[in-house]
Design a protein around this ligand. Structure first.
Ligand code: BTN
Length: 271
């Protein structure tokens, strides 16, 4: 099966969403995230979507690279301008993790887990990473309004294997299900789910909706939020048991010396 993107067909099925007419496809690109950030700076419309068959310099979190072999994965960056401050930018990452989980569920039927803040896992291995990059009017002030946020999403779809350095940690939808999946179908499902999450988040922030909020829904979707024995790879490294999210969405870990707040991720399960 040749897994190619049909932009007109995608525009048609996304007609009910703000992404229609804003899809930008690249056979190859260095990385969709810096490209999207440049476009955002140059005034590209909110909900612009940049995606590629291949990235030659895919970016991961914490200065890592993102394995972006040609035709195997979904490599996509979405430009958002939510009514949030820099402090609340974490909420976008959490909401995107929920959207990816829903897209995987709706297309493949598989139930993924989310490792805080936003690694999506199948059978304890990572099948998706999310890199949210922000620009605020004053980046020194956490209460400054966000100008824009670029949400970069990499989903391992049809990979048959991975380079040795990530082989033990990574998986793909194909490796977990034994069959290939259409990236286009997954991208459409992802954009629909992301639109829904952004709408829910904006309504929650505006105080115009009832029902479970983002942090509650994230807590329900992730086995990592409570009761997991973990090692945290920050502040010199420490171990403890996860103990919920604080009001801003940061993970709490109960250690021998009290509750600590995880700020940037790097949470790993202790056997
Ligand atoms: C992580 O390290 O977990 C985050 C990985 C994010 C990868 C995606 S792929 C699309 C976008 N472009 C990039 O270069 N990175 C993000």
């Amino acid at each position: 099966m040749q897994d190619v993107y049909d932009i007109s067909a995608m525009d048609a099925v996304l007609a009910e969403t703000p992404f229609a007419g804003k899809l930008h496809y690249f056979p190859t690109i260095h990385s969709t995230n810096p490209y999207a950030l440049e476009q955002a700076q140059a005034g590209a419309p909110t909900y612009s979507v940049y995606f590629a068959d291949e990235q030659t310099a895919g970016r991961g979190r914490g200065g890592h690279s993102w394995h972006s072999s040609v035709g195997d994965g979904l490599y996509v960056s979405v430009l958002l301008r939510p009514q949030l401050t820099l402090t609340d930018a974490l909420w976008i990452s959490l909401a995107t993790g929920l959207a990816v989980r829903e897209a995987i569920r709706s297309v493949t039927g598989m139930a993924a887990d989310i490792r805080w803040p936003n690694d999506v896992l199948l059978n304890r291995r990572k099948c998706c990473g999310i890199l949210a990059e922000t620009s605020a009017s004053n980046s020194a002030d956490a209460s400054a309004p966000l100008r824009h946020v670029v949400v970069g999403i990499g989903i391992n779809v049809n990979h048959k294997s991975f380079p040795p350095e990530i082989d033990a940690l990574a998986t793909s939808l194909r490796m977990e299900s034994g069959r290939t999946w259409q990236r286009q179908q997954l991208l459409v499902a992802l954009l629909r789910a992301l639109h829904r999450e952004v709408e829910l988040l904006e309504a929650e922030i505006a105080g115009t909706r009832e029902g479970a909020g983002l942090l509650e829904r994230f807590t329900q979707a992730s086995t990592w939020v409570s009761g997991k024995r973990v090692r945290v790879e920050e502040a010199g490294g420490y171990t403890g048991v996860t103990d919920g999210l604080d009001a801003r969405g940061f993970l709490q870990v109960r250690t021998d010396s009290g509750i600590r707040t995880v700020l940037s991720g790097g949470v790993r399960e202790l056997e």
